[in-house]
Ligand binder design. Structure first.
Ligand code: PEP
Ligand code: MG
Length: 886
C-alpha cells in the first residue's frame, strides 16, 4: 500500500482516502488555485497505526520522499537554520469534525532556525510569535499538556504590558515566552522540546492519528453518526504566514450566507494573525467585507476564487485563507455546512442559476432539515425583554435555564430541566454540555466560531458573539448593557434565527412552513415557503412510495391530510378506549356472565362507530387502515398497588362485591410475566371474540353510514400480532359474518379489505400462507424489531443501549432506524413470499421507522407500496421518499 500522496495525485472524490481537507486541497491545487505546496498522509496510514499501535514500516520513507520533493519546490529544507521551511500538520477526516482533532503549525522552528526566520522576514517579533505558537500547540497536542499553562503565561505578559491584546506584545515578550514555554515543557514532560525538525514532524503526525480517539472526537462521531473506524488523513503543507504584520492576516469565508442562503460576502477576517486565532476568538474579527478596504487586490482575488469554487463544486463552499504580505493563499475549502433554511433556498437558487436540476435539488436537502423548519418559533407579538442581539448562528427558538458550564448543563438536563448553555466562547470540551442543552449562547466569536459550527451541525439553536453581554463564568452569571443580571437557573429565551436574547420565557408560535402546510394563506409568498414548496412538489412527482399517517382521531386525520398524507396506515383503536371509556372496558373485563359482557360491548359500539365515522369522513376517498385492539387488556385496568390499597380500606363485608375487589381479581388474573408476549393482538380476538366483532361492526356500520351520506369510505381492517394463517382465518370469518349482517341491516354494499400486520418472525416465515387470507400486509417494525432482537422495546433503550452504541454493535438504535441486516432481511423475505402467493398484495409499514429517513430509503428499495408515520412526519416522509428515487 501507498500511504502518502502528492496533491497532483488526489481529487475531491477521494475523501475516503485523503480526508475531506486533503481531497479538497488536492482539488484546488489541480484547479490552479494558490494552494501552498504539500502532501497528504492517507487515512489508510492512520487506520494501520490505530490497529497496530505504531506507524506502518513504509511510512517514514514515503514521508521522507515527499518531504524532499516539497523542500525542492520551496528551495529550502525543513527547519534549515538560515532559512527554514516550516510546515503545518493538520487532521482531516472524511467527514468534517470541526475542532475535534488536532493541528500543529510552524513545525521546523527550533532555537537556531528561529533566527533564520527572523533574519529572512526582517521581523524578530514575527519569528518568536511563530515559535511560541509551535511550543503551545506542540505542548498541548503532542505532549498532552494543559492549554491553560501556556495561556496563563501569555495573559501575564499582556497584563504586564497593561493590555489585553496580543498585538501589544513585543519581540522581547515573545522571546521570553519561548524560554518560559520550553521550561514548562521540560518540567511537565521531563524532556526537552525536540529540536530536530523531522522528529517534530513525526510526533505531530502521530498526535493527529491519536486525536481520532480522544473522548470529544468519539462523542462527536456518535452524535453525528460518523463511523468510528474511518480514521483521519493528515495534510502536511508549507506554512504561509498571516502573522507577518498588518498587511497579512487570516480569515474564513462562505460563498453564500450559511444561515439564510443569501448571496453576498460572508465571513470574518483577522489582521496579523494565524489560522487558529479566528476560530478561538482571541481577538474580535472584522467582517470579510472590510478586507476590500484593507487590501483591495487580495479581496478581489478572493472574490474571483470564491466564484470559481462555487461554480466548480456547484454548491456553497466555505474557505479558510491567509494573506501573507498581500499575497492570497487558500488553506482549505469544503462544501459548507448550512442551516435548514439555507439548504432549501440554496438548492432552488442553484436550479435557477442553471447549476443543478430539480432532482439534484431534492438530493441537496433532507428530511431532518425539513423537520427543523417545522419547529415552532418565538411569538413576535408577545411582550419580551431584549437583553442583547448576537449573531444568528443556528436557527430555532430555545427556552431554558441559564447554566454556565457543561457539567451543570448535563446534570440539570438529566434531571429533566431545559437548559441554555451560556459561555464566553465554547471549545471542544464543551461538547457534552452542548449536546445536553436546548440552546447555546456565547458572547464572543462569529458565525464560524466553534459554538456556531458545532451547533449548526447538531441542529441546536445557537446565538453567538452577543458581545453586549458580560459573561462571568466563574460567578455563574451574565449582565446585559442595561444592567439586567441573569444568574444560573434564571430562564432565558434565545432566537437562533434572529440572534436575539430575551429575559424570561418567550411564548412560541408555529413555523411558517407548518402554517403553509396547514393551508394558511398568509404564509404564501415567503421565499423559504416557496423554496420548500418547489422541492416538495418535485419530491411528490418523483416518489414511488405512498405516504400515509398514523392517526387515531378525526383531527389528526385531517391534519395529516393537509400535510399530504394519502390515507391512514395505522389507526390504533386502543387509543379510543382511554379517558371516560376506561370504565366501559373495565366492565367488559370484570363481566361475570355473557350477558354482562354483551352489555359492556354494546355500550362501546356506538362510541367506536362515531370515532370511525369521523375518521372515514376526514379521509374520504382515501384508504383508512383500522387496527383492531392490540395491547394486553390489563393496560386498561388501574394500578395493582393502588387497587390493593383501596380494597384494604373497604369494610370487610363490602369487600367481596365491590367493583374494586373485582378489578383487583381481574388484575391478578390478567397479570403476565411478559405481557408483550402474552394475551394481546389477534390472541385477544380469539379468546374474547365479541371484542373484535364489536369493533368490526362499528367500522362497517360507520362505513355504511358514510356511504349513505354520499361519501367514499375505504376501510381496511387490520389484525395485529398474527403468527399463523389459522389465527387470521378465524378472525376473518367473524368479520365476514358481521359484514353480511351489517349489509343486511343497512341495505348498503360494503367494500372493505382485511389484512394483517407482520410483527413476528414466524409471520415472516409463513408470509406465503398468510397472504392467502390477507389482502394486505403492514409491517409493524416496532414489534418486529422487538421480537427479532429479543429487545423489550419499552426498556432497553434506557437500560443498556448506551453501552451497545459505545461498543459500536450498532451506530443507532434499531428502534429508531431499521436494522437492515436483520429486521430488514425479514421484511424482504415477507415481501417476496407474500407476493409469490398474491401478486397484488398491498404492502406498507406503520412502525416508527415509517418516518425515519434512512429506513424510508430501505423500504423504497424493498419494494413496499407505502410508509405510514405520525402526521408531523408526513412531509418529511414525502421528501425522503422523493429523495429515494431522485
Ligand atoms: C409496530 O409494532 O410496529 C406497530 C406499529 O404497532 P404498535 O407500535 O402499536 O405495537
Ligand atoms: Mg405492534
Amino acid at each position: 500500500t501507498k500511504f502518502v500522496y502528492a496533491f497532483s495525485e488526489g481529487s475531491k472524490d477521494q475523501k475516503d482516502l485523503l480526508g475531506g481537507k486533503g481531497a479538497n486541497l488536492a482539488e484546488m491545487a489541480n484547479l490552479g488555485l494558490p494552494v501552498p505546496p504539500g502532501f497528504i498522509i492517507s487515512t489508510e496510514a492512520c487506520r494501520a497505526y490505530l490497529a497496530e499501535g505504531r506507524e506502518p514500516d513504509a511510512l517514514a520513507a514515503e514521508v521522507a520522499e515527499h518531504l524532499a520533493a516539497l523542500e525542492k519546490t520551496m528551495g529550502k529544507a525543513l527547519g534549515q537554520p538560515d532559512d527554514p521551511l516550516l510546515v503545518s500538520v493538520r487532521s482531516g477526516a472524511k467527514f468534517s469534525m470541526p475542532g475535534m482533532m488536532e493541528t500543529v503549525l510552524n513545525i521546523g522552528l527550533n532555537d537556531e532556525s528561529v533566527h533564520g526566520l527572523a533574519a529572512r522576514a526582517g521581523d524578530e517579533r514575527f519569528a518568536y510569535d511563530s515559535y511560541r505558537r509551535l511550543l503551545t500547540m506542540f505542548g498541548k497536542t503532542v505532549l498532552g499538556m494543559e492549554g491553560h499553562l501556556f495561556e496563563d503565561e501569555m495573559d501575564a505578559r499582556k497584563a504586564q504590558r497593561g493590555s489585553t491584546s496580543d498585538l501589544d506584545l513585543t519581540a522581547e515578550d515573545y522571546r521570553e515566552l519561548v524560554t518560559t514555554y520550553q521550561r514548562l515543557i521540560k518540567e511537565h514532560t521531563g524532556a526537552e522540546f525536540p529540536q530536530d525538525p523531522r522528529e517534530q514532524l513525526d510526533l505531530a503526525v502521530r498526535a493527529v492519528f491519536d486525536s481520532w480517539n480522544t473522548e470529544r472526537a468519539v462523542l462527536y462521531r456518535r452524535q453525528e453518526r460518523i463511523p468510528s473506524d474511518l480514521g483521519t488523513a493528515v495534510s502536511v503543507v508549507a506554512m504561509v504566514f498571516g502573522n507577518v504584520g498588518q498587511d497579512s492576516g487570516t480569515g474564513v469565508a462562505f460563498t453564500r450566507d450559511p444561515a439564510s442562503g443569501a448571496q453576498g460576502v460572508y465571513g470574518d477576517y483577522l489582521q496579523n494573525a494565524q489560522g487558529e486565532d479566528v476560530v478561538a476568538g482571541i481577538r474580535n474579527t472584522v467582517p470579510l467585507a472590510d478586507l476590500e478596504r484593507i487590501d483591495k487586490p487580495a479581496y478581489d482575488d478572493l472574490m474571483r476564487i470564491m466564484e470559481t469554487l462555487e461554480g466548480h463544486y456547484q454548491d456553497l463552499c466555505d474557505i479558510e485563507f491567509t494573506v501573507e504580505r498581500g499575497k492570497l493563499w487558500m488553506l482549505q475549502t469544503r462544501i459548507g455546512k448550512r442551516t435548514a433554511e439555507a439548504a432549501f433556498r440554496i438548492a432552488t437558487q442553484l436550479v435557477d442559476q442553471g447549476l443543478i436540476d430539480m432532482d439534484e435539488a431534492v438530493r441537496r436537502v433532507n428530511g431532518a432539515q425539513l423537520a427543523q423548519l417545522m419547529f415552532p418559533r418565538f411569538d413576535s407579538d408577545a411582550e419580551r425583554t431584549l437583553l442583547a442581539t448576537g449573531m444568528n448562528a443556528s436557527p430555532g427558538a430555545a427556552v431554558g435555564k441559564a447554566v454556565f458550564d457543561s457539567t451543570t448543563a448535563v446534570e440539570w438536563a438529566e434531571r429533566g430541566h431545559d437548559v441554555i448553555l451560556v459561555r464566553r466562547e465554547t471549545n471542544p470540551d464543551d461538547l457534552k454540555g452542548m449536546v445536553a442543552a436546548k440552546g447555546i449562547l456565547t458572547s464572543r466569536g462569529g458565525k464560524t466560531s466553534h459554538a456556531a459550527v458545532v451547533a449548526r451541525g447538531m441542529g441546536r439553536t445557537c446565538v453567538c458573539g452577543a458581545d453586549a453581554l458580560d459573561v462571568d463564568v466563574k460567578n455563574k452569571r451574565f449582565t446585559s448593557l442595561d444592567g439586567v443580571r441573569v444568574e444560573e437557573g434564571d430562564v432565558i429565551s434565545i432566537d437562533g434565527t434572529t440572534g436575539e436574547v430575551f429575559a424570561g420565557e418567550v411564548p412560541v408560535v408555529d413555523s411558517l412552513v407548518v402554517r403553509h402546510f396547514e393551508g394558511d394563506e398568509t404564509a404564501e409568498g415567503d421565499e423559504l415557503v416557496l423554496a420548500v414548496e418547489r422541492v416538495m412538489a418535485h419530491a411528490d412527482e418523483s416518489r414511488r412510495l405512498g405516504v400515509r399517517a398514523n392517526a387515531d382521531t378525526p383531527e389528526d386525520a385531517a391534519r395529516a391530510r393537509r400535510f399530504g398524507a394519502q390515507g391512514i396506515g395505522l389507526c390504533r383503536t386502543e387509543h379510543m378506549f382511554l379517558g371516560d371509556r376506561k370504565a366501559l372496558v373495565e366492565h367488559l373485563i370484570i363481566a361475570e356472565s355473557e350477558q354482562e359482557q354483551e352489555e359492556a360491548l354494546s355500550a362501546l359500539l356506538p362510541l367506536q362507530r362515531s370515532d370511525f365515522i369521523g375518521i372515514l369522513e376526514a379521509m374520504d376517498g382515501l384508504p383508512v387502515t383500522i387496527r383492531l385492539i392490540d395491547p394486553p387488556l390489563h393496560e386498561f385496568l388501574p394500578d395493582y398497588t393502588d387497587l390493593s390499597v383501596q380494597v384494604a380500606m373497604e369494610d370487610d363485608h363490602d369487600r367481596r362485591d365491590s367493583k374494586h375487589h373485582k378489578l383487583l381479581d381481574a388484575v391478578r388474573r390478567l397479570h403476565e410475566q411478559n405481557p408483550m408476549l402474552g394475551l394481546r393482538g389477534v390472541r385477544l380476538g380469539i379468546v374474547i371474540p365479541g371484542l373484535f366483532k364489536m369493533q368490526a361492526r362499528a367500522i362497517l356500520e360507520a362505513t355504511a353510514e358514510r356511504k349513505k351520506a354520499g361519501g367514499d369510505p375505504q376501510p381496511e381492517i387490520m389484525i395485529p400480532l398474527v403468527a399463523a394463517v389459522q389465527e387470521l382465518e378465524l378472525v376473518k370469518a367473524d368479520i365476514v359474518q358481521v359484514a353480511a349482517a351489517v349489509e343486511d341491516e343497512t341495505g348498503v354494499d360494503l367494500d372493505f379489505k382485511v389484512g394483517t400486520m407482520i410483527e413476528l418472525p414466524r409471520a415472516v416465515m409463513a408470509a406465503g400462507e398468510i397472504a392467502e387470507a390477507a389482502e394486505f400486509f403492514s409491517f409493524g417494525t416496532n414489534d418486529l424489531t422487538q421480537m427479532t432482537w429479543g429487545f423489550s422495546r419499552d426498556d432497553v433503550e434506557a437500560s443498556f443501549f448506551g453501552r451497545y452504541l459505545e461498543k459500536g454493535i450498532f451506530g443507532v438504535s434499531p428502534f429508531e432506524t431499521l436494522d437492515r441486516d436483520g429486521v430488514g432481511q425479514l421484511v424482504r423475505i415477507a415481501v417476496e413470499r407474500g407476493r409469490a402467493t398474491r401478486p397484488d398484495l398491498h404492502l406498507g409499514v406503520c412502525g416508527e421507522h415509517g418516518g425515519d429517513p434512512d429506513s424510508i430509503h430501505f423500504f423504497d428499495d424493498a419494494g413496499l407500496d407505502y410508509v405510514s408515520c405520525s402526521p408531523f412526519r408526513v412531509p418529511v416522509a414525502r421528501l425522503e421518499a422523493g429523495r429515494a428515487t431522485s
